[in-house]
Design a protein around this ligand. Sequence first.
Ligand code: P53
Length: 475
Amino acid sequence: MSTLPKDFLWGGAVAAHQLEGAWQEDGKGISVADVMTVGDNKTEREITDGVKPGLNYPNHEAIDFYHRYHDDVKLFAEMGMKAFRTSIAWTRIFPNGDEDEPNEAGLKFYDDLFDELLAHGIEPVITLSHFEMPYHLVTEYGGWRNRKMIDFFTKFATVVFKRYKDKVKYWMTFNEINNQAGLNKFALWTNSGINPQPGEDAEREMYQASHYEIVASALAVQIGHKINPDFQIGAMFAMGPVYPVTPDPKNVMKAERAMQANYFYADAQCKGRYPAWLKKYWERKQYDLDITLADEDVIKAGTVDYIGFSYYASHAAQAVDGEADDYMTRAKDSEVNNPTLKQSDWGWLIDPVGLRYTLNWLSDRYDLPLFIVENGLGAFDKIEDGKIHDDYRIDYLREHIKQMELAVNVDGVKLMGYTPWGFIDLVSAGTGQMDKRYGMIYVDKNDAGEGTLKRMKKDSFDWYRKVIESNGADL
Ligand code: P53
């Protein structure tokens, strides 16, 4: 017998730019994802200056969900899904981001999609900004370097909150808002539309952009609650616990600081304030960020209702030689392998117990309901006799679900739901690949963009259907 709550939100997660395609249809504008080429586990995606002819931009067509969602939703319903997490492509609603009036055709698409889901008993769970801000806001305003972004974002949020107030109850503001904390080029771009220029201090820009996003998120929470007091509006973090590689206290301090540096967003969005260590850090760096007293009041008044988070892997950190007193050396220099764990084909450490650890860590610290809105294994799949026997994926999900159930049943964590990532194959955010597959539903398309786009159930489809049907008892 499962002891998960009766209304537990079993489902799956995707993001608009990774599955919809139709990148120029019905008035849609160009997003930051539309100027990213395909890569692989060795080659980085390229961010081009506008859309260039002859290059492979995998998000342009993606899996063509825009035209195929009627049939796809039928498959989701067959799997027994209770919740479908996706995002609203900002560029369908405000193609450039700075228009006065929204694009009706874009609004209508999501009306139809949400109606279709609700007709099948599937609850939409909606992210407002998932790596797909309007490209025009980057070229014209410098992305989230600019305070004006707060107005553009809150306008977008207000329009969709009003339009879908009777169709959508669960929202999240910014997907994996904390990815950029590591100063990785790809994350600065997808989170904030920042492609650091020579002479620019990327770290300072990251903190400034993060602050504007935190303010925008807090405003959206307040606006949303006025529009419909029943809305549940969450934050969304990429959670990967950072362990000290040995019990050497320096490594323990290193790991602690890495966690603090990644999760100060949670302090701001859940507790309504920045942590003391970070204020000190900004002071010592003489960053002189644009953070007003009014902003601080907004952040305090706009804390979230729940924490959504992704969990794929854990990390191990080691203090580097000559580590400064602040222990702020970034991940690429201090992240080390954890030989106790296996890795995916993309080098992600597989750590189910880390999920339980994460659930406990978040629950103790923030005392909010939690929602696992992404989890899964990116893997190559092989078709054999017309079937895909993805037992490696089933194993991964089973072990993580077991740990999730221990967190609920043994540790008392309040958990709202579980929506594994990319339960229908889609374009990878990190590499732009199709062949890095997370799905329980296969989509016939490869990295080069070839294929019929036909959908097909993998073995994990039936397995997951039974998991949902038994509310997590039949694993
Ligand atoms: P892909 C990095 C680290 C953790 C999660 O990732 C990440 C990323 C970005 O690559 O992204 C989330 O497709 C994100 C999804 C993404 C998914 O994880 O690189 O919210 O958009 O597709 C998986 O394998």
